[in-house]
Ligand binder design. Structure first.
Ligand SMILES: [Mn+2]
Length: 361
C-alpha cells in the first residue's frame, strides 16, 4: 500500500473513514488530488478521489480515462454529470465521517459533496493533509530530483544563451524551452527572468525590459516533472559587476551556505532562518531580506512547510525545502540564491547543483 494514505490517516486526529478530494475548473484544481493518487498527468476537472486507510479510488470523466487507468489507481469512469453524482453518493453512503480539504476545495464543490453526503458528516482535515504532504515518499523524492536535475542543467547553461540586449520574456522563453527539451512535463510556475531594477522584486513577472551592461540578471525558475516541482534561483551580472553588486552577492551566498549548514533532522525552521538572516542583518544590507528563507516543495511550488521566523516547524528527514535568502534594494536591484534540499537525519542533501558565484553574462 502506498505510504501516502497511511501518512494521511496517521495524521488524522479527528477520525474519519475516508477523505474525498475533487477539482473545479482549471486552474481551481486541488493539487492534493494529484498528491494522493500519484497520477502524473491530466487535468481532472470534476474528478473525484476517495482515499481510505487501505485504498484510493478515482472517479474520472472520459477526458482522462487512459491517464487514470494506466496510473495503477482504481478507476471508475462517469460519462455524464448525473453519473458522477450517483457514483459519489453511492461511495459516500458507506461512510459516517468523510474528510475534506478546505484549503483547495471550491465552495461549489463543497456544496456538491454536501448534497451527495446526506447524513454523512463532512469534516475539514486540511491540516492533516498538509502535515502528511510535508514529508515526501521515495517516489515523490525521485520525481523532485528529476525536476531538479533538469532545472540545474538549464541553470548551468544560462551564460550560453542569455546575453546583453535580450528581453526578459525572451530569456524566460529560452529557459522554458530548454527545460522542456530536457524532459520537463512543463514549468513548475511562471518563470521569473528579471533585469536591472526589476531584480529587486522577488515575485516579478517578466516583461519587455532588455538586459543592459552592468545590470543584475535574476532567474527564478523550475521544471515540473510528473507533477513535482523544482525551484531554483541564480543571479548574474551583465558584463562587469560594481562593488555594491559584488558585496550583495557575497552576503547572500554566505547567508545561503549558513542556512544549508544549519539544516538537519530535528532543527527548528526558525533557527535555520536565523542562520541566514543574522548574516544579512549584520551586513550593510540590514532590513533588505524581506521574505522567509524557504518553503516546502512538492506537487505545488509553494508546498506545505516553511523555514521562516513566523513559523514553528521542526525539520524532519524526508522534507524537501527551498533555501533562498536574498537582498533587495528598490530602484537598484536584488540578489537571490536558491537551492532545493532534502532534509536528512544528519544534515541535508542538496538536490539542485549549479555554480553559485556571480557569473558575467
Ligand atoms: Mn522559491
Amino acid at each position: 500500500l502506498a505510504t501516502k494514505e497511511r501518512k494521511l490517516f496517521a495524521q488524522l486526529k479527528d477520525k474519519v473513514d475516508a477523505v474525498a478530494f475533487t477539482n473545479g475548473t482549471e486552474p481551481n484544481i486541488d493539487l492534493s488530488f494529484f498528491w494522493v493518487t500519484g497520477i502524473p498527468n491530466g487535468i481532472f476537472e470534476g474528478g473525484v478521489a476517495i482515499a481510505t486507510p487501505r485504498t484510493v479510488e478515482v472517479i474520472s470523466s472520459e477526458l482522462e480515462e487512459l491517464s487514470a487507468r494506466t496510473s495503477g489507481v482504481r478507476t471508475t469512469v462517469y460519462r455524464t454529470m448525473k453519473q458522477r453524482e450517483e457514483l459519489v453518493r453511492k461511495r459516500f453512503s458507506r461512510f459516517d465521517r468523510i474528510g475534506v480539504n478546505s484549503e483547495e476545495l471550491t465552495y461549489a464543490n463543497y456544496k456538491f459533496f454536501r448534497k451527495c453526503a446526506g447524513k454523512t458528516k463532512l469534516i475539514d482535515v486540511s491540516e492533516s493533509i498538509e502535515k502528511a504532504r510535508v514529508i515526501k515518499s521515495e517516489d515523490e523524492i525521485s520525481r523532485i530530483q528529476k525536476a531538479c536535475d533538469i532545472t540545474s542543467k538549464t541553470a548551468k547553461a544560462i551564460p550560453e544563451f542569455i546575453s546583453e540586449g535580450m528581453t526578459e520574456t525572451a530569456a524566460a522563453a529560452e529557459l522554458n524551452y530548454m527545460m522542456m527539451k530536457l524532459g520537463a512535463t512543463t514549468t513548475a510556475f511562471t518563470t521569473n527572468a528579471s533585469f536591472g531594477p526589476a531584480t529587486a522584486e522577488p515575485h516579478y513577472t517578466p516583461a519587455g525590459r532588455r538586459l543592459g551592461k552592468g545590470q543584475l540578471a535574476l532567474f527564478d525558475f523550475g521544471a515540473q516533472y510528473m507533477r513535482y516541482a523544482a525551484d531554483l534561483t541564480r543571479t548574474f551580472v551583465c558584463s562587469k559587476p560594481n562593488a555594491k553588486q559584488i558585496e550583495m552577492h557575497r552576503v547572500v551566498l554566505e547567508a545561503q551556505l549558513a542556512a544549508i549548514d544549519a539544516i538537519h533532522g530535528g532543527a527548528h525552521g526558525k533557527e535555520v532562518d536565523a542562520a541566514a538572516r543574522d548574516i544579512v542583518e549584520r551586513s550593510t544590507f540590514k532590513g533588505k531580506f524581506i521574505h522567509g528563507t524557504g518553503h516546502g516543495l512538492g506537487v505545488s511550488v509553494h508546498d506545505p512547510g516553511g523555514i521562516r521566523m513566523s513559523k514553528d516547524m521542526i525539520l524532519e528527514p524526508g522534507m524537501v525545502m527551498t533555501v533562498e535568502p536574498g537582498v533587495y534594494i528598490s530602484g537598484f536591484g536584488g540578489v537571490r540564491i536558491e537551492d532545493d534540499v532534502l532534509v536528512t537525519k544528519e544534515g541535508c542533501r542538496v538536490m539542485t547543483r549549479a555554480p553559485k558565484e556571480l557569473i558575467r553574462l
